[in-house]
Design a protein around this ligand. Structure first.
Ligand code: NAI
Ligand code: 15L
Length: 267
């Protein structure tokens, strides 16, 4: 059991879904975000922290022996808006970890790091990245930073290419990409239990009937998802996307067609 587990992005959707299932991981929890979460488990502390502030992130990480990093922009945006949370923030987190005893890190990567693969292709952890958006590029960067800190310093990270972690699938494509919050929680349990983690890439997906991702490279974790999106097939009658819709062609679905977004601060 960990002494103190840090969870960034604690006010976000994924954190709020998994928190009820991961109380057993640590004696105490330190939650952090830009904004206060709706639910804070009893006994947990909350610290407001912008991942873009190197000093604040260093203070945040100090004293923690495990980190689940869920904070950041979680969808496509302009490069300017992605830069601080997803690029600078990752730098700050890994530097803070290096300077504070190298707690094991869980890094929330995304299927959008490999979004340009076609749905007919089943890929494993060795597949080259094929990001489908600037957001996906920031996730590839996060994976690269994790790899560099492992090779250089032995910093362990579980890189999770999360599919779609919601209470239930929200559209037709998510029947293939859905990750049940309970399965994410059981994966986290194994990640913090295994004596040696290394720096594996794990596809965060439940035991869905249709699935494009192969986790055979991480069998050593002893994780097997128990849930399946099939349980919703009689209730959720989402229309099947037409054959020329990216949601029917690519792993990353609609992200493939997102335009390059600009903010007023960019030309
Ligand atoms: P979310 O958008 O609901 O939560 C992200 C949280 O990060 C927010 O509460 C936000 O306030 C916080 N945040 C943003 N900028 C920050 C900054 N500069 N400093 C500190 N905190 C900041 O996202 P969600 O769905 O909870 O996702 C969590 C993580 O998992 C994200 O990294 C996302 O990219 C990743 N992910 C999620 C998937 C999903 O199905 N929900 C799929 C693939 C990846
Ligand atoms: C993600 O990376 C996003 O954070 C989430 O909101 C969903 O869009 C998910 O991917 C998905 O591909 O369904």
């Amino acid at each position: 059991m960990l002494e103190k587990l840090l969870i960034t992005g604690a006010a976000g959707g994924v954190a709020q879904l998994i928190l009820p299932h991961i109380g057993h991981l640590a004696k105490t929890m330190r939650l952090s975000d830009l904004i206060e979460p709706e639910e804070i488990p009893e006994g947990a502390e909350f610290v407001t922290c912008d991942l873009g502030s190197e000093d604040d992130v260093n203070d945040l990480v100090a004293g923690c022996d495990g980190i689940i990093n869920l904070g950041g922009r979680s969808t496509e945006d302009s490069f300017a808006n992605l830069l601080t949370p997803n690029i600078v923030g990752i730098h700050n987190l890994y530097e803070a970890a290096r300077l504070n005893g190298m707690p094991r890190i869980v890094q929330a990567s995304s299927n959008h790091a490999i979004g340009f693969y076609r749905q007919g292709e089943r890929i494993n952890a060795k597949a080259l990245t094929r990001p489908d958006s600037w957001y996906g590029v920031t996730k590839v960067y996060g994976e690269a930073v994790a790899s560099m800190y492992f090779e250089k310093f032995g910093q362990e990270t579980a890189i999770i290419r999360i599919g779609s972690c919601f209470e239930k699938p929200l559209d037709y494509r998510m029947f293939a990409t859905w990750l049940a919050p309970q399965d994410f929680a059981s994966m986290l349990t194994r990640i913090f239990e295994v004596p040696r983690l290394g720096c594996p890439i794990i596809y965060g997906v439940s035991n869905n009937k249709v699935c494009w991702w192969d986790n055979s490279q991480v069998q050593y974790l002893g994780w097997a998802p128990a849930e399946s999106s099939d349980q919703f097939s009689s209730d959720l009658n989402y229309p099947r996307p037409s054959a020329d819709d990216p949601a029917a062609i690519y792993h990353g679905g609609k992200f493939i067609n997102f335009p390059i977004m600009k903010t007023t601060t960019e030309r």
